[in-house]
Design a protein around this ligand. Structure first.
Ligand code: GLN
Length: 544
């Protein structure tokens, strides 16, 4: 039976609990264990799909079409284990299930309550489909002390009681702040956080202490004594230069060793960390650098493009170069044409990422045009591909009014809403005015690539599967006109109906994809499109 590692956070948010979970899982994996990571989100949205990227960062989409928390992206990037719908649950989803059951009369007249009904549902979620695993890591979102997370803490308390000490371990991530005026690290917030947690019946076995400065032995001993944790199990966690060094750093501080020990397992041989050493080597010893301009809407908040940012870094690792990302607000282009050249000329590659809504789209279209005319490597993702088609329609096919129905009624719907498509479950249908949550074309879909295309060379195959999240699609009725304008439709859905990839054969590197390749890129397995794009940018850097 799988063992459970429950991860809570204290003092403040943004302590890197997700990265800690991902790193611990990677370390256990490096010791030969089979792992899976899950995330419990205490908010009431059923999933983050309808939340603004400004509020919640990127929505991470899984193969099975779930719209999940961005931490699942870290989990996948660090472990290579494909996340699933069943790896992310919110309070909203739990309550939705319980209320539906109550309306059906499934509770047979009982009063439906947080304990036991909500806590039972949380426990079921934690334990579902874990038969073939060694460790299940469950990260609880939020901070201990939040009203919203109480049912989750109660559920893990019950699980410890039911499964026993040798099946469950509690890891608590806290902050040990440095007070500059006193020149000291302060352990009191950690003590209070652990006190709060123990009042809820959860005594942590391992404490991960985020700190900006080296944690002296004296402070470590103090935390151990006040928090009732062995001194060796108080793990200092200083900021790392790169997130990909975090597993090595945690290993150095004994995290995986202490977690195994807490289970009563005697750690065997040292973990095989060659993969992580190779990644660190590529990061620290680049043989060149490129600058990529990302022309997007949510550039103020990097979490909004988390996977994209990482995939570009992976593309750099594949080529042993440093990638500088220049986040460019698409709206500034709408102020005047002159700025475009000045801003984009220093870029070795231009990327227009996914997005929703009309704001900033004219700026994105202008950047596509710049990349096409100046022969700068161009990569369009999802909305970015749609922009590449609208740009092509307007400027190479003479369709001046080309637009997307996403931006309002148009006489030239080069991009239009998709109302029908084939999925593994059969024909999917959507109404134009339907629900927004969970109704896009979501998750993994196959695509067929033209044998002689640039993308087939890049992928090294003509059959691919990639993850999608979109409601609109390039309109096949315009294919001929766009192809005459030089845009080749080099990837299509297997039934030949939905355009998946466009490219310009007369351009060194111009590719637009309807899917999100960034979601599948890993540091130890960079996505071929990102590796190819950075290689092309490197070529460009040598030219200018
Ligand atoms: N807004 C576009 C659509 O729904 C693109 C979506 C995206 O970029 N993820 O099709």
């Amino acid at each position: 039976m799988a063992r459970f590692i429950f991860i809570t956070g204290g003092v403040v948010s943004s302590l890197g609990k997700g990265l800690m979970a991902a790193s611990l899982a990677a370390l256990l994996q490096a010791r030969g264990y089979k792992v899976r990571i899950r995330k419990f989100d205490p908010y009431l949205n059923v999933d983050p799909g309808t939340m603004s990227p400004y509020q919640h960062g990127e929505v991470y989409v899984t193969d099975d079409g779930a719209e999940t928390d961005l931490d699942l992206g870290h989990y996948e990037r660090f472990t290579g284990v494909s996340a699933r719908q069943s790896d992310n649950v919110t309070s909203g989803r739990i309550y939705q299930g319980i209320i539906a059951k109550e309306r059906r009369g499934d509770y047979l007249g009982a009063t439906v309550q947080v304990i036991p009904h909500v806590t039972d549902a949380i426990k079921e979620f934690a334990k579902a489909h874990t038969e073939d695993l060694d460790f299940v890591l469950c990260e609880i979102g939020g901070t201990v002390g939040d009203i919203e997370s109480l049912p989750f803490i109660e559920a893990i308390r019950q699980l410890r009681n039911e499964l026993g000490r040798d099946q469950t371990v509690f890891v608590h991530v806290t902050l040990v702040p440095f007070i500059a005026a006193a020149g000291e690290l302060k352990t009191k917030p950690t003590q209070h956080s652990v006190k709060e947690l123990t009042a809820l019946g959860v005594q942590p076995d391992v404490l991960v202490c985020r700190c900006e400065h080296h944690l002296p032995e004296g402070e470590r001993a103090k935390i151990a004594a006040f928090c009732n944790v062995r001194k060796e199990a108080v793990i200092p966690a200083l900021d790392a230069k790169s997130i990909y060094e975090v597993p090595l750093q945690y290993h150095g501080e004994g995290l995986d060793f202490e977690v195994l020990r807490a289970f009563g397992i005697t750690p065997g041989l040292a973990p095989d960390l060659r993969r992580w050493h190779d990644i660190a080597d590529r990061l620290h010893n680049p043989e060149g650098e490129v600058t990529i301009g990302v022309v997007g809407k949510y550039v103020g908040l990097q979490d909004a493009y988390k996977s994209l940012n990482e995939a570009l870094v992976h593309g750099g690792m594949a080529n042993r170069v440093k990638v500088n990302i220049q986040w460019i607000d698409a709206e500034i282009f709408e102020r005047g044409d002159a700025e475009i050249a000045a801003l984009l000329e220093p870029m070795h590659g231009i990327l227009v990422p996914g997005g929703f809504g009309e704001r900033g789209t004219e700026g994105k279209i202008a950047s596509v045009r710049f990349a096409r005319e100046r022969k700068v490597p161009f990569f369009g993702i999802c909305l970015g591909m749609q922009m590449a088609c609208i740009e092509g329609a307007r400027n190479t096919a003479g369709i001046d009014e080309a637009s997307s129905t996403e931006f309002g009624a148009t006489g030239e719907p080069v991009v239009g809403i998709i109302t029908e498509w084939m999925s593994a479950e059969g024909l999917q249908k959507r109404a134009a005015g339907g629900d927004l949550g969970g109704t896009m074309r979501l998750g993994a879909y196959d695509a067929k690539l033209a044998g002689n295309s640039h993308v087939a060379t890049i992928y090294g195959t003509t059959a691919i599967s990639e993850r999608h999240r979109h409601r609109y699609e390039v309109n096949g009725a315009y294919r001929e006109a766009l192809e005459k304008g030089g845009l080749a439709f080099s990837g299509m859905s297997p039934d030949g109906l939905l355009p998946e990839i466009v490219e310009r054969p007369d351009h060194p590197w111009f590719i637009g994809v309807q899917f999100h390749p960034e979601l599948k890129s890993k540091p130890f397995d960079p996505h071929p499109l990102f590796a190819g794009f950075i290689a092309a940018a490197l070529q460009q850097a040598r030219l200018v």
